[in-house]
Design a protein around this ligand. Structure first.
Ligand code: ADP
Length: 625
């Protein structure tokens, strides 16, 4: 097999390429940040929905006319009062008509608001799904990188609330429709009496908006710090609330330790928020003063108009009402504009995250042949991106097609890391891995993933049904194959004992009656999943039987032939007795292969394997004695 003639382009290595923060920023946020671009993208789905658009326009009119109606009622009542021969009846009638108008407009605006808000919520859910999808499919190396996750972690802030981020921006723009109609009406009315009042209002909006935008820029600049703190606190509280950790937490009295870890994070979080609120409070004082000044100066201007006879008493009452409403409306408008500018920064980050290409692309190679594959590690060295310590050092290993190879070694020897490299979750730092003679770095990722049936050590079923967990999908599930896989994995009897069989939901995360399996049963479930997958050419099992009792373990090994038929196999195992079922054993020590051979050969030789085996054997014998 020629291993050196491979010239096919390699897959990209995003976990390494995006390690540098500046590069990462340039990659993630390559588009220029323009408010209009973000809004255009946000409103593409809204504009397609004619009912949503019509309802927004109707709301703007209804909500915007409400304060104008208030101004109107003051004018009418003051006019009636000032007219000679005013009667309470006439005033009552006028007030009644206005009250009806108020009722109709406010009922209509409330109804329209509720209706549209449901539409906005579903737009947020749609984007939330896209972001989750991105997080679940992006390169594993990125997912495991805390630096990268801090950079992109803010996406949930833009999508997890009804009142902030994407949905909050939709709300603000929707409400701003009403504010604009009011502002126009009130501004025009006041301009007739004195254009200075309207101009002062506009200047207030411009200055307040600029000042608030300044604060929001400061907050955005510190978003990664906030993301990191929130991620750490979120992980801690999730662990504290996880019922699987509940036993240890109580029995080892670890609540104090949790509190001690939590306290500095909370403190840092408080400090950050204090810096934010301080800036906001500093703004609010001059803002209130400016508003009071507009109110006062405006009232003086209007009073002068009345005294000079330019405006009547009824007009004065009306204009004073309009003035106080105008000042509030301008404040509202500035707040809405600033909130839109502020929140769209986060929406923009989120959209950048969703749009970014975060899956290593490329590779034109493909694995020839059918059936079990041959695997060769050629002088492979590896360190995790961002870490200096080599986990694997100049490792060379050949697993012939169809061989059952066991990988053993003490904790931290690099066994799981070797498996991650083999499956293509990481690329080697140096050296190459060949699958049927083809450099694995040239094989497109999805093709590589499809080669393996994997069972990892941290067995974690998802909150779906048992059948969905086995099939790893909710569509076109081959129930007969699920049953067969569960039988081979030794879990069928247990599944049959459940009231809803393979359709039982798992975990209590989503459903109250979710099934909780024991550690060993979870492991069998994961084995069933690896078996269900069709077309796999290699089984990779990281301690697949660690949580199984001795009988269940033996049963699995007896089923090995049907389990592995037509596949090469690599097992990581701590129980050296179980490695007897393997054709060959490879011992990893400090990232290097230090021993290899059959079980009998290695036991006969002086070395770590023999020592480990004899120590384990001693315990077994003592247990049996
Ligand atoms: P084993 O499976 O033999 O117990 P691992 O492959 O899990 O060992 O780990 C080998 C070494 O790599 C350990 O020192 C571990 O701390 C380190 N390591 C594992 N995962 C990561 C990671 N995501 N980032 C940095 N170091 C890691």
């Amino acid at each position: 097999m020629s291993q050196t003639t491979q010239v096919a382009p390699q897959r990209s290595n995003l976990a390494v390429e995006l390690l540098d923060q500046d590069r990462r920023k340039a990659y993630l946020h390559s588009r220029p940040r323009k408010l209009m671009n973000t809004l255009a993208r946000m409103y593409r789905p809204v504009l397609k929905n004619r009912r949503l658009v019509a309802a927004s326009a109707a709301y703007a009119l209804a909500a915007g006319l409400l304060p104008l109606l208030g101004v109107g009622v003051m004018h009418t009542l003051a006019g009636l009062l000032a007219a000679p021969g005013a009667t309470p009846r006439g005033m009552l009638l006028a007030a009644g008509i206005y009250a009806l108008g108020f009722f109709v407009l406010s009922a209509a605006s409330t109804l329209l608001k509720n209706r549209n808000y449901t539409g906005f919520a579903s737009l947020r859910i749609r984007l939330l799904n896209a972001a989750l999808d991105q997080e679940m499919t992006m390169d594993y190396g990125l997912f495991e990188s805390p630096g990268f996750m801090d950079d992109v972690g803010g996406w949930s802030r833009a999508l997890s609330s009804n009142n902030a981020g994407l949905e909050g921006t939709y709300h603000k723009i929707f409400e701003m429709g009403g504010t604009l109609v009011s502002a126009l009406g009130l501004g025009a009315l006041l301009a007739l009496a004195s254009p200075w009042i309207t101009l002062a209002g506009l200047a207030f909006v411009a200055v307040t908006y600029a000042a608030q935008a300044h604060v929001s820029r400061y907050k955005h600049a510190r978003r990664e710090e906030l993301s990191r703190l929130l991620r750490q606190m979120d992980n801690l509280s999730r662990e504290a609330a996880d019922f699987r950790a509940g036993k240890d937490l109580r029995l080892y009295d670890m609540a104090g330790r949790f509190r001690a870890t939590f306290a500095p994070l909370l403190q840092a979080n408080r400090k950050l928020y204090k810096a934010f609120t301080q800036r906001e409070v500093q703004l609010s004082v001059p803002e209130s003063l400016a508003l009071a000044a507009i109110d006062l100066a405006g009232a003086l201007l209007l009073a002068r108009g009345y005294l000079s006879g330019r405006i009547t008493l009824a007009q004065l009452v009306m204009l004073l009402t309009a003035l106080s409403l105008f000042a509030r409306t301008m404040q509202e408008l500035a707040g809405q504009l600033a909130a839109i500018k502020d929140q769209t920064r986060y929406v923009d980050d989120t959209m950048d995250f969703i749009d970014a290409d975060l899956q290593s692309r490329g590779g034109t190679g493909s694995v020839p042949g059918t059936g079990p594959v041959e695997v060769i590690f050629e002088d492979v060295s590896f360190h995790y991106p961002g870490h200096d310590k080599l986990v694997l050092e100049h490792l060379s290993l050949r697993i012939p097609a169809g061989q059952r190879c066991a990988l053993v070694g003490v904790n931290g020897a690099g066994k799981t890391t070797l498996v991650k490299l083999l499956c293509g979750l990481y690329l080697p730092t140096q050296g190459r891995i060949f699958i049927n003679g083809v450099d694995a770095a040239t094989i497109p990722q999805e093709q590589l993933f499809a080669l393996f049936g994997t069972v990892f050590q941290e067995v974690e079923p998802l909150a779906f049904t048992i059948a969905e967990n086995v099939a790893a999908t909710d569509r076109d599930i081959d129930r007969a194959r699920v049953e067969q896989s569960l039988k081979t994995a030794g879990l069928w009897d247990k599944v049959c004992s459940l009231p809803r069989g393979m359709d039982s939901p798992m975990l209590k995360v989503v459903e109250e009656d979710g099934v909780i399996l024991s550690g060993g049963e979870n492991q069998k479930l994961m084995i069933a999943r690896a078996l269900y997958r069709q077309g796999t050419r290699m089984m990779v099992m990281d301690e697949p039987t660690a949580a199984l009792d001795a009988l269940a373990e033996q049963k699995i090994y007896q089923e090995f032939d049907s389990l592995l038929s037509g596949r090469t196999a690599l097992f990581i195992s701590h129980r050296l007795a179980s490695t007897r079922f393997c054709d060959r054993i490879v011992l990893l020590d400090g990232g290097r292969i230090t021993q290899q051979g059959t079980h009998e050969e290695l036991v006969a030789r002086e070395g770590l394997y023999r020592r480990m085996f004899l120590t384990q054997g001693k315990y077994y014998q003592e247990e049996q004695a």
